[in-house]
Design a protein around this ligand. Structure first.
Ligand code: FES
Length: 135
């Protein structure tokens, strides 16, 4: 595991208020035979064609599922300024925060306004036409 994965997971756990850290995984008789219970289905790949942005949720947190040039990205939609929910502005091709005019690009990087940090990027897996956030 890379350092980036570790810090991303730490940030995700903080964002979710420790809910993930407290979750108990079931005992498995055969791990290879069962799906990973930590993976959370967030969207169907067919619903996020290239260039599209879809809203969804992950453990109750608003998220954005984006297809950036054929690559699926999942971002927290919680603004890093004061936690308002950002939305996709299709005309501007940017993510915008309605509270204090924060602006982020498709990769969650701050491009305007007061947000002090990029949107949190969640680890993602695409399998069998489905998009999962991976714990
Ligand atoms: S909460 Fe998003 S810019 Fe302030």
């Amino acid at each position: 595991m890379s350092g980036g994965d570790t810090s991303r997971r730490r940030a995700l756990r903080l964002l979710l208020g420790g809910a993930l850290a407290a979750r108990v995984r079931p005992v498995r008789a055969s791990p290879a035979a069962l799906p990973d219970s930590a993976d959370v289905l967030v969207a169907e790949l067919a619903d996020v064609p290239p260039g599209a942005v879809k809203t969804a949720s992950f453990h109750g947190m608003p998220i954005l599922v984006l297809n950036v040039g054929g690559k699926i990205e999942v971002l927290s939609a919680v603004c890093t300024h004061e936690s308002c929910t950002v939305t996709w502005d299709a005309e501007k091709q940017l993510l915008v925060c309605p509270c204090h005019s924060g602006v982020f690009d498709r990769l969650g990087r701050v491009v305007g306004g007061p947000p002090p940090a990029p949107l949190i990027q969640l680890p993602v897996k695409v399998e069998g036409g489905k998009i999962f956030v991976v714990d």
